[in-house]
Design a protein around this ligand. Sequence first.
Ligand code: NAD
Ligand code: USQ
Length: 383
Amino acid sequence: MRVLVLGGDGYLGWPTAVHLSDCGHTVGIADNFARRNYDQELGVESLVPIYPLHIRVGAWAELSGRQIDIFCGDITDAAFTRELISGFRPHAVVHFAEQRSAPYSMIDQAHAVYTQRNNVIGTLNLLFAIAEIDRDIHLVKLGTMGEYGTPNIDIEEGWLTVEHNGRRDRVLYPKRPGSFYHLSKVHDSHNIEFACRSWGLRATDLNQGIVYGHEIAATGADPRLATRFDHDAIFGTVLNRFIVQAVLDHPLTVYGSGQQTRGLIDIRDTVECIRLACVNPAAPGEFRVFNQMTEAMSIEEIAKTVTACYPGASEIEYLDNPRVEQESHYYNVKHSGLIDLGLQPHYLSDTLIDSLFAVVERHRDRADLAAMRPTINWRRPGR
Ligand code: NAD
Ligand code: USQ
């Protein structure tokens, strides 16, 4: 297949592009390098050094004999997006190209507006380009488990059958997201469902949980292929942060009571889920939703798992929760769609955690302890 990976220079986009190429697909990457610019803006950087995209692609070609095309540009530019799709003529477009940090979207008005503008307009441009150029192109879009929030009923895969006053209908699952970033994904989902219903597009919305891990087999082969590994309080995600905190002898920063539960997924499963979605496309007109997570854990359980595995001393610090989120809630998520397509999940294990401790140990001198404490407060917009 010809697969275009939008946001292919990011934490997940890069290993996904390599995995798809490794599996024999013809891959193109588009990116505007916004993520590298947020590092400049925030004065932080990936704990693991990352190489410029052309070096990564060159190293992959050297090792595998496979080329990946690079397209530099911003998908909020409609002309760029149209030319990208008409020039590459993909069978599938994997869309990672969004601002993905909840705290970043909550910094102030400008960051909330930037996030929603970047994410919603980029996706709209893509929908229009696909509708104009070839409605058979399958859109594989990264959504998030956070679109649903933490409702007091089971979370279905995107759709809910409702009975009301004696009548029955199948409706999009009600959403109660927890940040302007998570809201941008809800707006995307509604726009994509409308495009499928109106124009007959085919789309898969992957409501992904929090990703942890660093390497997949193919990117572990050469340091030039490494993907990013963030540990700061704005872009670092919880499990990866806890690993870094344990190694650096910094207390593990549990927000609130830590009873809030989240869906998790290993980065090796992320790239395989994307491949499975691409090779098993949605039908014309279908808005298909999968919950892309493999297990659920409370934040406190994650912290205790990390401290139990760490060979040295490590402790947990319970901080006032800077976010507005339920800490004690029901959480039961259906996530069988990707398993039915053949996913064989990796569950969080001691071996994986040990290998992540080793990655952090190798790069511990690059860690920034000052960036570890949360500075963005949901209740106090603006700084
Ligand atoms: P990332 O920030 O590392 O990667 C996103 C990439 O998209 C970056 O390289 C960035 O430069 C690029 N980009 C952003 N806006 C763009 C634009 N307008 N035009 C072109 N390129 C643009 O993020 P990630 O962690 O790799 O996440 C990828 C996707 O997966 C995101 O949509 C995110 O919401 C979703 N997701 C991530 C996680 C996670 O834990 N990392 C979990 C669930 C869902
Ligand atoms: N948390 C802590 N301590 C920390 C960091 C986070 O207790 O040091 C808690 C948060 O309060 C929250 C949970 O851990 O309850 C998850 O926070 P996170 O920063 O790891 O993840 P989140 O903000 O939800 O966002 C991440 C990605 C985002 C993706 C989302 C999937 O950045 O792109 O969409 O995970 S999900 O959470 O399922 O919506």
